[in-house]
Write a protein that binds this ligand. Structure first.
Ligand SMILES: *Cc1c(COP(=O)(O)O)cnc(C)c1O
Length: 432
C-alpha cells in the first residue's frame, strides 16, 4: 500500500537517529498502534495539519492541556503580550502571583500554591512534603493510576502489596516503599491502613483515574480513602493533573466534596505551556523552602509566558460557561455512541474514553477491563486516522473535547465510529 504520510515517515527516520525511539515522550511513537507518528506542522482550533498537508480533527488535544483548542486567540494574545516584555527573569514577577490568586479565590482550601514545570515535578514535590510532614516513608498508590515518572510512582502491584518497579533503574529500596492497591476495593484499602496506617506518609490517587482508560470511582471509595488517611495521620494527595480545571474549575475535589490535603495540577494550568503546580493548606505548604525545610526549586518555574498562558486559560474557564458548552458536546457524543454496538463511551464532562468490544459494566479498576479492547484498538485507530480523525495512539489514553469542537465535528466522529466499528470482528486486528 502507498504510504499516505511519506513526509512524516522520512522525518521519523531522521528523528530515530538523534532521539531514542524518535520521540520525546514514549506514547507519541505509535508503538501501540503500529505505523509512523504524524509530524504536525500546524494546529488551530480542533484541527491538526501534518507534514504531508493532511488535516485531522483532533481528540487527543495534546493529552489534555487545551480546553479551548489549539492556538486559542485569548491564549495567543496573552503570550504575545508576554513576549514583548521578556520571558524569563529568574526573579519575582506578578504573573504567577495573579495566577495563584485566581486559583485561590475559587479553591479556598488551596491556601498556598507552588508552580513547577510539569505534573511529574508537582507529584514528586508533594510526596517529599508528605514524608517530611509525617516523618513516615510509605506511600500508597492505586493500580491503573499514573502520576508521572518519578521513581516512587513507576511501580505496579507485584506479588503482595509492595511495588515492583515498572522501569529499569529504580532501586528496590525505593519501589518497596510504595504500596500498590487496586482501585474500587474498599476492603483491601481499609485492611492496608489497619495494618500499615502508622507508617503511611501519603496516599495518592487520580480521583478520576484517566490514564488506563477512564475508571470513574464510586464516592464511597474516595470517601473511605479520605477517612483512612485522616484516621491514620497520612496525607491524602489528589493528583488532578488531568481532572483539575477540566471536570469543573475545582476538579474532582469540587465535584466530590472531598478535600485532599494536597493537590497536584498540570496540563490545563499552563494552557499548553509547561506548567505544573501543587497546593494545599498553608500549614503544610509552609514546610516548602524557603519558608520551610523541604527543598524544591526550579530555574524556569513560574515562567512569565507560561504563567500568562495559564492565566488566560483559567480566566476564560472561570468567567465563561465553558463547562456547560463542553457538557453539551459530550451529551451529543453519548447519543451517537449509544446507538452503536461494538463501541462504548465512558465520559466525565469533556474527558472521554471509547472502549471497543462487547458491552460490559462500567470498569472501575484496571482488572475489570476486557482484553478485547486493546486487541481491537489498532484497527479502529487506523480507520479513524484514514477518516481524518486523530485520537491518541494508545488504547489506554482518554480523549478530550474542547470548546473549539463543533456539533459537526462530533457528528463526523459518530459517523466514522459507526463505519469502522461495523467492520470490527469481520477483519483480524492489523498493525498498519
Ligand atoms: C500527565 C499526568 C502526570 C504527569 O504530568 P507531566 O506534565 O507529563 O509530567 C501526572 N499525573 C497525572 C494524573 C497525569 O495525567
Amino acid at each position: 500500500m502507498k504510504d499516505p504520510h511519506p513526509k512524516s515517515t522520512a522525518l521519523f527516520a531522521r528523528a530515530q537517529r538523534v532521539s531514542p525511539g524518535g520521540v520525546h515522550s514514549p506514547v507519541r511513537a505509535f508503538g501501540a498502534v503500529g505505523g509512523t507518528p504524524l509530524f504536525i506542522e500546524h494546529a488551530a482550533g480542533a484541527t491538526l495539519t501534518d507534514a504531508d498537508g493532511r488535516t485531522y480533527t483532533d481528540y487527543c488535544m495534546a493529552f489534555g492541556p487545551l480546553p479551548h483548542g489549539h492556538a486559542a486567540p485569548h491564549v495567543a494574545a496573552a503570550v504575545s503580550a508576554a513576549l514583548s516584555s521578556g520571558w524569563s527573569y529568574g526573579t519575582a514577577e506578578r504573573w504567577s502571583l495573579e495566577l495563584a490568586e485566581l486559583i485561590n479565590a475559587r479553591i479556598p482550601w488551596a491556601e498556598q500554591i507552588r508552580f513547577v514545570n510539569s505534573g511529574t515535578e508537582a507529584v514528586m514535590s508533594t510526596l517529599r512534603l508528605a514524608r517530611a510532614v509525617t516523618g513516615r516513608e510509605l506511600l500508597v498508590k492505586f493500580s491503573g493510576c499514573y502520576h508521572g515518572h518519578c521513581d516512587s510512582m513507576l511501580v505496579e502491584a507485584g506479588s503482595g502489596l509492595s511495588g515492583q518497579a515498572m522501569s529499569a533503574g529504580i532501586p528496590a529500596d525505593v519501589s518497596q516503599t510504595t504500596l500498590v492497591l487496586p482501585l474500587d476495593d474498599v476492603d483491601q484499602l481499609t485492611a492496608t491502613f489497619a495494618a500499615h496506617g502508622e507508617q503511611i506518609a501519603a496516599a495518592i490517587i487520580e480521583p478520576l483515574p484517566a490514564n488506563h482508560g477512564l475508571l470513574p470511582q464510586r464516592q464511597v471509595f474516595l470517601q473511605t480513602l479520605r477517612e483512612c488517611c485522616s484516621a491514620s495521620g497520612a496525607l491524602l494527595i489528589f493528583d488532578e493533573v488531568i481532572s483539575g480545571f477540566r471536570v469543573a474549575f475545582g476538579g474532582c475535589a469540587e465535584l466530590s466534596g472531598i478535600t485532599p490535603d494536597l493537590v497536584t495540577w498540570g496540563k490545563i494550568i499552563g494552557g499548553g505551556f509547561p506548567v505544573g503546580a501543587y497546593a494545599g493548606q498553608a500549614r503544610l505548604m509552609q514546610r516548602i523552602a524557603p519558608s520551610g525545610d523541604v527543598y524544591q526549586a526550579g530555574t524556569l518555574s513560574a515562567n512569565p509566558a507560561a504563567m500568562r498562558a495559564g492565566q488566560a486559560t483559567l480566566h476564560q474557564l472561570a468567567e465563561h460557561d465553558d463547562y456547560s458548552t463542553l457538557e453539551t458536546l459530550g451529551e451529543q457524543l453519548d447519543e451517537r455512541v449509544a446507538a452503536l454496538d461494538a463501541v462504548h463511551l465512558v465520559r466525565a464532562g469533556s474527558v472521554f474514553w471509547l472502549r471497543y468490544g462487547a458491552a460490559q459494566a462500567v470498569a472501575r479498576s484496571r482488572a475489570a477491563i476486557s482484553t478485547a479492547h486493546a486487541e481491537l484498538f489498532p484497527q479502529v485507530h487506523a480507520a479513524l486516522l484514514a477518516a481524518g480523525i486523530y485520537t491518541a495512539p494508545s488504547p489506554w489514553e482518554v480523549g478530550f473535547l474542547s470548546t473549539a469542537h463543533t456539533a459537526g465535528d462530533i457528528d463526523r466522529l459518530g459517523t466514522a465510529l459507526a463505519d469502522c466499528t461495523a467492520r470490527l470482528g469481520a477483519a483480524r486486528p492489523r498493525n498498519a
